[in-house]
Design a protein around this ligand. Structure first.
Ligand code: FES
Length: 538
């Protein structure tokens, strides 16, 4: 007789199930009308569930499940009930509850909705409506198609995706192929500049045949948006939704008043790093927003900024599995806090063995293997030169980016700004039970202040301690750890370091925790700056 285990369905109740049965079998046995449109053959995804607890008690994905999960771009924690066999207690949530849900799930051919950090472009022809009123319908369609051909080529040639045409307007997305954030913005900026240049060709034609000229406005923004297929099951379209899209559209509306062809938000300019050049700066109140927003007039692209470091970044992104990202980021911190002990030991097997035997460095061996592998690849493929220490820091930055965190613009060689005497003891790795004053002293020895200490601690959003992850998704970089800290959430299933809870006892650090918990963009900016300072001071 197989062991009995408990399977809890959120909002539905707890049921007993046989160890080794699939979740779907357990559901049906317990009289739960669990959707399974393809009959349990891993082809429809209507049986999918979110595993809230006990993921370790599920057998690994079958090949069939992996295939469908890849196709549908399942997030971490989503399993097919018809494939997942249970070996111990688990808590799940069913995601497809009725026939309408099932129809939607089956008719979605591509990935489901998910968040992406994208560059968004909106363009519009100024005063097109009065122009159209003076023309014949055939001429309007003809000239619009001529215009869209020219503008569309500028977008497509620069890696953009034309999301939709809105009358004479265009909405385009950049970054759907997982490029670094700076590249997403650089591509969007280059497309915008080419659109303005291409307008001259369109205008030669418009002037010759209609005696008029078009002027266009382009708005650029960078931010998180939700992308996915939306619409009636028989007519779906891929699109992006969210505040980021509205902001880009409103920036475009501001171009006329500012008498500028291309305006970009501060978020766009920050994430573009040095890949673009800007001119005039405006403060504008966008429709529906209470606060005035800083907007920059785009003047040019810096074409050389993608060389060197970007090539290695791309290589790292192609090589780094998501599951190793927390260890890589931790290695970057240990490299900085030990003033380069790890990079020095990379070529000395005995020294590395000793380092890894230290309990502070427990679990870092896979990250070291990864760095060694990448260093070999960099040499083999004759990629630009990078020192072992820089490779560790750049890998840490890529780990943050890959998990959805901020883009950290590392330039090579890293310009060191250490004001600390080399003879002074290195800061060392923060201890779990360390009190607040000792922690602060340790970070000060690393050249970092209180704010930078708190911002960097936000990295605990990734990974695990003592086998327990810090947040529900250990491979997503966000401000969830601060939110947990603030709630003083001591869930037994999640880890929380005593040293981090110390932040709540100090008025100033508590305020920082509150700030980061409430504003993710703020946290991302401070984390980016603190990380850059940490590696320059190390
Ligand atoms: S029932 Fe169709 S995928 Fe599980």
């Amino acid at each position: 007789m197989a062991d009995e285990i408990t399977l809890t369905y959120e909002h539905e109740g707890a049921f007993s199930a046989e160890s080794g049965s699939t979740i779907l079998e357990a559901s049906l046995k317990n009289g739960i009308s669990h959707m399974h449109v393809c009959g349990g053959n891993a082809r429809c995804s209507t049986c999918r569930v979110m595993v809230l607890d006990g993921m370790d008690n599920l057998e690994p994905q079958t090949d069939e499940e992996k295939k469908l999960a890849r196709k549908k771009n399942f997030e971490e924690g989503i399993r097919l009930a018809c494939q997942a066999r249970i070996r111990g207690d688990a808590r799940i949530r069913r995601l497809v509850m009725d026939d309408t849900d099932a129809e939607i799930a089956v008719s979605t051919s591509g990935p489901g909705g998910h968040e992406e950090r994208l560059a968004i472009l909106f363009s519009d022809i100024r005063d097109f409506t009065p122009f159209a009123e003076r023309q014949l319908p055939y001429d309007i369609i003809h000239i619009l198609n001529r215009y869209f051909k020219q503008m569309g080529s500028a977008i497509i040639d620069n890696g953009g995706h034309i999301d939709k045409y809105i009358g004479d307007g265009i909405m385009a997305l950049f970054g759907l192929n997982g490029e670094p954030d700076a590249e997403k913005c650089r591509n969007a900026a280059r497309a915008a500049l080419e659109m303005v240049r291409g307008l001259h060709d369109v205008n030669e034609y418009v002037e010759k045949h209609f005696g008029e000229k078009f002027r266009i406005g382009i708005g650029l923004h960078f931010g998180r948006v939700v992308v996915g297929e939306v619409g009636h099951p028989k007519h779906r379209e891929f699109t992006a939704l969210g505040d980021g899209v509205n902001t880009a559209s409103r920036i475009e509306s501001t171009t006329k008043k500012a008498n500028a062809s291309i305006l970009a938000s501060e978020e766009f300019v920050t994430n573009a790093c040095d890949t673009i050049k800007v001119g005039r700066v405006f403060l504008a109140r966008l429709k529906g927003k209470a606060e005035r927003k800083k907007l920059y007039e785009l003047s040019a692209c810096n074409e050389n900024q993608l060389d060197g470091v970007m090539i290695i970044r791309r290589y790292l992104k192609g090589k780094m599995p998501l599951t190793i990202t927390p260890k890589i980021l931790r290695l970057a911190f240990h490299e900085a806090m030990t003033r380069g002990e790890f990079s020095k030991a990379l070529s000395d097997e005995e020294a590395m063995e000793q380092l890894l035997a230290d309990e502070d460095n427990e679990g870092l061996a896979p990250a070291i293997s990864f760095i060694n592998e990448v260093a070999d690849g960099v040499a083999r493929h004759e990629l630009p030169t990078i020192s072992p220490s820089e490779l560790i820091y750049l890998s840490g930055a890529v780990a943050v980016e890959l998990t959805g965190g901020p883009y950290i613009p590392i330039e090579l060689p890293i310009e060191k700004k250490s004001v600390v005497e080399p003879s002074i003891q290195s800061p060392g790795i923060p201890r779990e039970m360390e009190g607040f004053p000792a922690l602060l002293i340790r970070f000060r020895r690393a050249g970092l202040d209180r704010k930078e200490m708190v911002a960097l601690t936000g990295a605990h959003t990734l990974g695990k301690a003592h086998g327990r992850q810090f947040t529900e998704n250990p491979y997503r970089f966000d401000n969830e750890y601060f939110r947990r800290l603030l709630r003083d959430d001591m869930s037994l299933s999640l880890a929380m370091l005593a040293s981090d809870r110390e932040f709540l006892k100090d008025e100033k650090t508590r305020q920082l925790v509150e700030l980061y918990a409430g504003d993710e963009e703020f946290f991302f900016n401070d984390f980016r700056n603190a990380y850059l300072k940490m590696i320059r001071m190390a």
